[in-house]
Design a protein around this ligand. Structure first.
Ligand SMILES: *[C@@H]1O[C@H](CO)[C@@H](O)[C@H](O)[C@H]1NC(C)=O
Ligand SMILES: *[C@@H]1O[C@H](CO)[C@@H](O)[C@H](O)[C@H]1NC(C)=O
Ligand SMILES: *[C@@H]1O[C@H](CO)[C@@H](O)[C@H](O)[C@H]1NC(C)=O
Ligand SMILES: *[C@@H]1O[C@H](CO)[C@@H](O)[C@H](O)[C@H]1NC(C)=O
Length: 489
């Protein structure tokens, strides 16, 4: 019934595009900063729009895949970052199929969930659905049934975006994109108020909000109910139908394959430090690299997509006036994989609830935000995945687990720290520069990055066509094959 989304050398200084040589080739180049889900899907969508009429360079300072990374343990792959995908996440589903990647369905595997309030288990899921429903009704009244309409309505509206994007509609700001499908208002509301409006105030409703809803939010976003209402609905979506999957072998395979399929040139260990707009309206990039990358020196980009949270970079923009942008905070989440056995005494019980999947209520003062069993081992131990706000001390691990070994631990700036009413930077900073993460504080998910990437790819294609038709500034050849495709320009 409940599912867990799991749900991130400075040797040479180079200036790309410093050389005087303008590209003699008539192909425009697009630079993408970041090889995560956003950057890689943008490369693919750009290629879909423009075919071989565009050259794409992708710059990545860390790993391809961004916040989708795995830990490999013997023959098992564990997602350490973004991990679950909903069946209605169409881009992810379709792209996985196109790239020949298999999907693994999630859920229904007997990991019954319990809710711990810091002192005791206040709710235990049963392996019998009817028993679980009875327990839900007894503790929470009809709250679950009143609440589930919210994520469903949100999903129906979200699905309209695919139709708009298929028609080539692109939006310069997150506000316009969200308003087009009537989702903007949710980003301006506190989820706590939205919950109360849906389920009312009563002892049962309050317990539902703080134990069930907040417990899910702590899994999804490592935050309580004071997130914006759209993020809250996205967070709850997996609990209403459980149609979830992940990519077999690791979600990061998708970004990897997309970059190859888009024929983009990947430049790794490159930290872009400045985007400069030249007088002709092209862009040069300055970067630091541990492996001087001569290939991209001298290149002038017709457009640049920043596909990483700007707040976490020290990227500078020069040569144009940067519009005012809100500063968004990111939430730190530590993922820890532990082999061992949960200690019943830590939770004050003789025997643990069956599933050993422990979510925690909003006010539970636990050092973790969720514990999810991942795999049973032949030696009687299990592998568990934990999320926490801080790295777990060894003593904490030893208090919670017997026979414990920490297999892997990873600290992320995982998603925005939501803070309604949300303020967004624009997708289009100025014509030619785009921010893929502009709407990440509406709700953060891999599919949200992919939808933003489609929007930015459409904006970039429009920009390139506009430039090509208004001048011969090195973009002339591109025009003939593009004008038929989208005529709104
Ligand atoms: C892939 O990119 C390279 C370098 O930009 C180019 O020479 C080649 O023609 C491209 N191939 C395809 C299939 O687009
Ligand atoms: C859930 O299970 C635990 C132990 O397995 C038990 O101590 C606790 O009382 C149960 N909670 C409820 C609400 O039944
Ligand atoms: C925690 O334990 C690991 C190995 O089990 C060890 O390498 C590490 O130094 C310990 N950390 C602290 C803070 O004691
Ligand atoms: C777990 O630890 C106990 C003693 O601390 C030991 O007796 C037992 O063999 C260990 N179990 C495994 C599977 O390592």
């Amino acid at each position: 019934m409940l599912y867990c989304r799991f749900a991130f050398n400075l040797l040479l200084i180079g200036v790309i595009g410093h050389a005087e040589t303008l590209q003699r080739s008539s192909k425009p180049s697009v630079g993408i900063i970041g090889a995560g889900v956003g950057g890689s899907t943008a490369a693919w969508f750009l290629k879909e729009e423009l075919g071989s009429d565009v050259h794409i360079d992708i710059f990545e300072q860390g790993e391809v895949g961004g916040r989708t990374q795995v830990f490999q343990h013997s023959d098992q792959v564990f997602e350490m970052g973004a991990s679950i995908i909903h069946e209605e996440n169409r881009y992810f589903r379709e792209l996985a199929d196109k790239m020949g990647l298999a999907r693994t369905r999630l859920g229904g595997d007997g990991n019954e969930v319990s809710i711990f309030d810091g002192k005791r288990f206040v709710f235990n899921e049963s392996s019998w659905t009817v028993v679980t429903l009875y327990r839900m009704l007894r503790r929470y009244g009809l709250s679950y049934f009143y609440m589930r309409q919210g994520p469903q309505t949100m999903l129906q509206r979200f699905l309209k975006l695919y139709a708009l994007q298929a028609e080539g509609k692109a939006f310069g700001t997150p506000e316009d994109l969200l308003q087009a499908v009537d989702l903007y208002k949710l980003t301006q509301r506190n989820f706590r108020n939205e919950i109360q409006d849906r389920i009312g105030r009563s002892a049962a409703a309050d317990l539902f909000a703080k134990e069930f809803v907040a417990g899910i939010n702590r899994i999804q976003y490592n935050q309580g109910n004071d997130i914006n209402a759209l993020a809250g609905m996205v967070s709850l979506l997996p609990t209403i139908d459980g149609r979830l999957f992940k990519i077999k072998g690791g979600n990061r395979l998708l970004p990897e394959r997309l970059i190859r399929a888009a024929n983009a040139s990947l430049h790794q260990d490159v930290t872009v430090t400045r985007v400069h707009r030249t007088q002709e309206g092209l862009f040069t990039l300055q970067y630091r690299s541990s492996s001087a990358d001569e290939l991209v020196k001298g290149r002038r980009y017709a457009a640049v997509l920043v596909a990483t949270p700007l707040e976490l970079t020290r990227l500078e923009f020069t040569g144009f006036k940067v519009p005012h942008m809100p500063v968004r905070k990111y939430q730190t989440t530590v993922t820890t994989l532990i082999e061992g056995r949960l200690r019943p005494d830590y939770f004050g019980v003789e025997a643990l609830p069956r599933g050993e999947y422990v979510m925690v209520s909003e006010d539970a003062q636990t050092p973790f935000s969720v514990i999810g069993p991942q795999k049973d081992l032949p030696n009687g131990l299990r592998i568990y995945k934990l999320f926490s706000k801080q790295p777990l001390a060894n003593a904490t691990v030893a208090a919670i687990f017997a026979n414990s070994t920490v297999l892997s631990s990873r600290e992320w700036k995982a998603y925005p720290h939501f803070s309604p009413p949300e303020r967004f930077p624009p997708f289009q900073l100025v014509p030619g520069i785009y921010l893929n993460n502009a709407w990440e504080n509406a709700a953060s998910a891999m599919e949200m990055s992919a939808v933003a990437a489609k929007n930015c790819a459409l904006l970039i294609a429009q920009h390139l066509r506009r430039v090509a038709s208004s001048s011969n500034g090195g973009l002339d050849a591109a025009d003939s094959s593009m004008d038929g495709a989208k005529s709104e320009l």
